[in-house]
Write a protein that binds this ligand. Structure first.
Ligand SMILES: C[S@@+](CC[C@H](N)C(=O)[O-])C[C@H]1O[C@@H](n2cnc3c(N)ncnc32)[C@H](O)[C@@H]1O
Length: 230
């Protein structure tokens, strides 16, 4: 079990994540919109989608409510998170699976799409996790990742941290301490955030094409990658 899975497997932590608002709800909502629009633009209606690190089902509900997919498989490494999702999502086209994306996995049938929201930053070896997604997709299938990224340089990373403090309305005098605490809290959650370039390069190394960032706002980004037909 990875540190991140252990952290989210803790029932108190899982329940807190599920019941508290996201760190920044408007940004997360915009990220979801871009992810869904991208899927709708690229795969036929009625497709099969698998979600990595679905947690308590925030994006799973968006996928379900869109009415666009025939099958949605919501997966997560932490049983506690998955059971929270399962307690709220009972639609028959959604299934659930305990799946650790740091270990080998496969899908019974090639998938039209794989999605992941705010989870793959927990993967220590991003190449391995992207290669696993690549092998599970059908030719022409898409991987759409919305994730928590780092700044490209210490300077831009600092700007991102300042924006996080602004979102949380931290009084100016407390910002330096708050930023330190924020970094420590993220490390304790098993966050391994990488700059956007790393995502784009590693996805290409995994064999994907048309790798691009479709939206970015400070620490959140939506990245698209397509599996070639040949
Ligand atoms: C920040 S939460 C995001 C949950 C949800 N996707 C959302 O957008 O609200 C991160 C999720 O990633 C899961 N996770 C972390 N490491 C994982 C791994 N190695 N394999 C599968 N899931 C993992 C955690 O259990 C947690 O549910």
């Amino acid at each position: 079990m990875t540190d991140a899975i252990r952290a989210y497997h803790d029932p108190d932590r899982a329940r807190r994540y599920h019941t508290q608002h996201a760190f920044d709800p408007p940004r997360k909502a915009r990220m979801f919109e871009v992810m869904l629009d991208t899927l709708r633009a690229l795969i036929p209606a009625g497709g099969r989608v698998l979600e990595l690190g679905a947690g308590s089902g925030d994006f799973t509900k968006v996928l379900l409510d869109s009415g666009f997919f025939s099958r949605i498989e919501a997966t997560d490494g932490a049983e506690e998170m998955l059971s929270l999702a399962q307690s709220e999502i009972t639609a028959e086209q959604v299934s659930f699976r305990l799946l650790d994306f740091t270990r080998p996995w496969s899908a019974p049938e090639p998938l039209d799409a794989i999605v992941s929201s705010m989870a793959l930053h927990h993967a220590p070896d991003k190449l391995f996790s992207f290669q696993q997604a690549f092998q599970a997709l059908r030719p022409g299938g898409v991987l759409v990742i919305g994730d928590h990224i780092a700044g490209a340089t210490p300077h831009t990373h600092r700007l991102i941290s300042l924006e996080r403090a602004r979102v949380k309305q931290i009084p100016e005098a407390q910002v330096p301490d708050w930023i330190l605490q924020d970094e420590q809290a993220q490390a304790a959650q098993g966050n391994i955030c990488e700059p956007l370039d790393v995502y784009l390069n590693v996805l290409q190394q995994a064999g994907f094409m048309h790798v691009d960032c479709l939206w970015r706002d400070h620490w959140m980004a939506v990245v698209l990658a397509l599996k070639p037909y040949e």
